[in-house]
Design a protein around this ligand. Structure first.
Ligand code: PMP
Length: 317
């Protein structure tokens, strides 16, 4: 197969969740040739199921496939497979307000290789699981530690795509942080070691007055779909939004800090620890008014509690 997003994917089948068979010399097991996505299905109060911006996940996987030298499903194939998987598992979509169905598409080099090279064959699978809140804190503020030893991505690397290896590189730092009582790790850029990048599985925003700033997507951070959606929601609510370099000093002086991601939705940050110093953010029990407002706007769209004025949801049934 040539590198790049176009390939020939044959029709798949629905099978019960369980082990899959894979060659011990598959590209994914030996050389990390794998990409994944994450999106959610929500149930509206009157029963129907909504997907949130699934084409964005399909496009991100195709961009990632170019970097990882692998073929990917078309946007149509991807979205269709997601719809079929969710419909086949609709009894697992929790009632409104009780969580969501997390959808995990995986694309991997399943063909056998021995010398370092892209795999000769690829497999695309989707599995789903009902989920509640990502952080044990729920909507309560999380406590982050700024990491100054490990980095998750470097310029020219794979930080901007959702490849499995990016997550392998953060496991140790995240475990150490959790053992010390932090919710997660905030990474700095690997060159200057002073600009914010992102958290292990979400993007970061800082609020100062009416200005909301977030690190620009320039090769080392994942272009989050929640990040992009929150920027649009914030702009439409009259906030000024800046995508640029955001220094750690700005973070420590912010009025509010929050994280965004499919799993975490909008999670307010209650404290940041940097080089042994802890900064706490004021607000209503730590949940800032801006974070709260953006959380409410985004989730009411995702759960179909207000008219979809952005045209972001896809109703399944
Ligand atoms: N950064 C990283 C490293 C992530 O794994 C995720 C989760 N996909 C995000 C940011 C947030 O992206 P999204 O809003 O698309 O879930």
């Amino acid at each position: 197969t040539k590198c790049g997003p176009d390939g020939n994917f044959s029709e798949g089948e629905m099978v019960p969740f369980g082990p899959i068979s894979l060659s011990p010399s598959s590209g994914v097991l030996n050389y990390g040739q794998g990409l994944f996505e994450g999106l959610k299905a929500y149930r509206k109060t009157d029963g129907p199921i909504l997907l949130f911006r699934p084409e964005e996940n399909a496009l991100r996987m195709r961009i990632g496939a170019e970097r990882m030298c692998m073929p990917a499903p078309t946007v149509e194939q991807f979205v269709d497979a997601v719809k079929q998987t969710v419909l086949a598992n609709k009894r697992w979509v929790p009632p409104t307000g009780k969580g969501s169905l997390y959808i995990r598409p995986l694309l991997m080099g399943s063909g056998a290789v021995l010398g370092l090279a892209p795999a000769p064959e690829y497999t695309f699978i989707i599995f789903v699981s009902p989920v509640g809140n990502y952080f044990k804190e729920g909507l309560a503020p999380i406590n982050l530690i700024v990491e100054d030893k490990f980095h998750r991505a470097t310029p020219g690397g794979t930080g901007s795509v959702k490849t499995i290896g990016n997550y392998a590189s953060v496991l140790l730092a995240q475990k150490i942080a959790k053992e010390k009582g932090y919710s997660d790790v905030l990474y700095l850029d690997a060159v200057h070691k002073k600009y914010l990048e992102e958290v292990s599985s979400c993007n970061i925003f800082v609020v100062k007055g009416d200005v909301i700033s977030t690190p620009a997507v320039k090769g080392t951070i994942l272009p989050g779909i929640t990040r992009k959606s929150i920027i649009d929601v914030a702009l439409s609510k009259g906030f000024q939004v800046e995508e640029r370099l955001v220094s750690v000093e700005e973070l420590l002086e912010a009025d509010e800090v929050f994280c965004t991601g499919t799993a975490v939705v909008v999670s307010p940050v209650g404290s940041i620890t940097y080089q042994g110093k802890r900064v706490e953010y004021a607000g209503n029990k730590g949940v800032g008014v801006v974070s709260q407002q953006l959380y409410t706007s985004l989730t009411s769209l995702q759960m179909g509690q207000e008219e979809d004025w952005m045209g972001w949801t896809v109703q399944l049934n």
